[in-house]
Design a protein around this ligand. Structure first.
Ligand code: URA
Length: 230
């Protein structure tokens, strides 16, 4: 009887193992550290984020802000070790007040899914917090105006990995004269105030939609993020 019972549970166990992905459970890839969602942030961090958002809302004489419907401040988990920074909101983002929710956002979600991440597990923001009209590139003057805010934002989030999506984010945060084809796909150790972080630059999803042949390079960058030990 006892034998029969044990036999039955072993069969059940085998069936159960067939349903689950053992590799995800047993491999030691860095990505497994992000399986738990934990959004509870310290009161101090949440206050700092609130103050930062308020200081952007209070910004005077900004032509972008006057025409935009909403501020686009962030999405995702403020406790995440991975922060992504794009360029500026488009029409969908302006409408919803969230970054990367349009077509480029859909591709970004797929890119993250390819390395077992999703937007709830990372933290996403942009160099510019209000939509530039007709989705034009932000001007140098606009980037200069918003730069102190994104620098502060990085310092508050304090990510271990900072992913810069596209050349606007790269030129604003790494160097004005850098070229993305040379800078992508490598780790750059950087300090933003008190935040020491590993930066990686990759192509912007909107660029990848126009140049799908470059997706294979973006995949190289994504795998570097997936495998980074932090
Ligand atoms: N492109 C960006 O750079 N940011 C967004 O939020 C959306 C599209």
């Amino acid at each position: 009887m006892i034998f029969k019972k044990n036999n039955f549970s072993s069969l059940k166990l085998i069936k159960y193992y067939n349903y689950i992905n053992h590799n995800l459970i047993y491999n030691d890839k860095a990505i497994n550290r992000y399986k738990k969602d934990n959004f509870e942030i310290s009161e101090e961090k949440s206050k700092k984020l609130e103050l930062l958002k308020k200081s952007i809302i209070d910004l005077k004489n900004c032509n972008l802000k006057k025409r935009a419907k909403n501020i686009v401040f962030c999405d995702g988990n403020p406790k995440s070790k991975i922060m992504l920074i794009g360029e500026a909101p488009g029409a969908n983002e302006d409408q919803e007040g969230l970054p990367f929710v349009g077509r480029a956002g859909l591709l970004l979600d797929k890119m993250l899914a390819a390395i077992n991440l999703d937007r709830k597990k990372v933290y996403i923001s942009n160099i510019i917090n209000y939509r530039p009209p007709e989705n034009r590139r932000p001007t140098d003057e606009e980037i200069k105006r918003y730069l102190p805010f994104i620098l502060k934002h990085i310092e508050i989030i304090n990510p271990k990995i900072l992913v810069l999506l596209g050349s606007t984010a790269m030129n604003a945060l790494i160097g004005k004269d850098e070229v993305i084809s040379k800078m992508r796909g490598k780790w750059i150790e950087k300090k933003f105030g008190n935040c020491k972080t590993s930066v990686i630059i990759t192509f912007h999803p909107a660029f990848l939609m126009r140049q799908p042949a470059q997706k294979k390079m973006a995949w190289v960058d994504l795998k570097m993020i997936r495998d980074k030990k932090i």
